[in-house]
Design a protein around this ligand. Sequence first.
Ligand code: OAD
Length: 265
Amino acid sequence: MAGDIPTFNPDDSHRYNRQLTELGQRVLEATDIVCLTGAGASAESGVPTFRDAQTGLWSQYDPEELASQAGFAANPGLVWQWYMMRLNMVEEADPNAGHIKLAMISTIPPQFTLITQNVDDLHERSGIHSVLHLHGNIARFRCNDCRAEYQLIMVDRSADEPPSCRVCGGPIRPDVVWFGEMLPREAITLAEQAIRRCDLLIVIGTSGIVYPAAMLPIEAKRAGAFVVDINPQYGPTAEDADMFIQGPSGSVLPDLVDVVHTMQE
Ligand code: OAD
């Protein structure tokens, strides 16, 4: 209901500070923290989100054309070129303050698991080496037919058409999850295990409308975790969360780390 949706008021620093203090305490007390990130976590690095009406990746294209088996079959060259354009964008981007501070938070609890829907490597480049990529990795490749794996240096990224598999001749594609495809089994299994055992889940920068990732906060809450959503926009995840902190991750996470450091002094 619209009346229940909190509106952002930059002057409401009292509420914001109270939330950060509570979250800071929870971060220090938790034994097992899980963080789930979406495209919003990379937005301040200059990597567009998917659903922003003006700048989102899907705003100019039909997602089914670019991120589905049917789209790849119909126009493999378009799909290949689009992913190589995105790969260039990711390579030119640097981790933002949110990535860097999240890496600091990851060292605090005895157990920390990062689950991401992002296909970039900005979390890894900020220092979190073990990342569960639910939607794959844009810098890895595989044959669309026989699944033979290829590294970045083995493909011609400037080609107009996808390279051919050396094993079966099928088209090579980025190792990302497209609409209608299964998530990588190991990543989703480990993610669900982490979600069920964590005591604090921090969700950052996801619209919470793509399943099964969108189920993870609900599962965490059911299993007894405290769920926090950090996002400039109120959305489905915020609705179910125990705490919604409204703001960009590149500001909220540095503020959280400051609060935690003050508490540790
Ligand atoms: P979306 O584009 O759906 O949502 C991005 C979210 O980030 C929105 O809720 C924004 O409000 C929020 N956001 C924007 N800027 C932010 C910032 N600076 N800090 C924090 N949050 C910010 O992206 P995802 O939820 O990641 O899947 O989308 C999920 C999946 O849908 C993607 O992984 C992709 C797409 O289809 C596949 O490609 C399989």
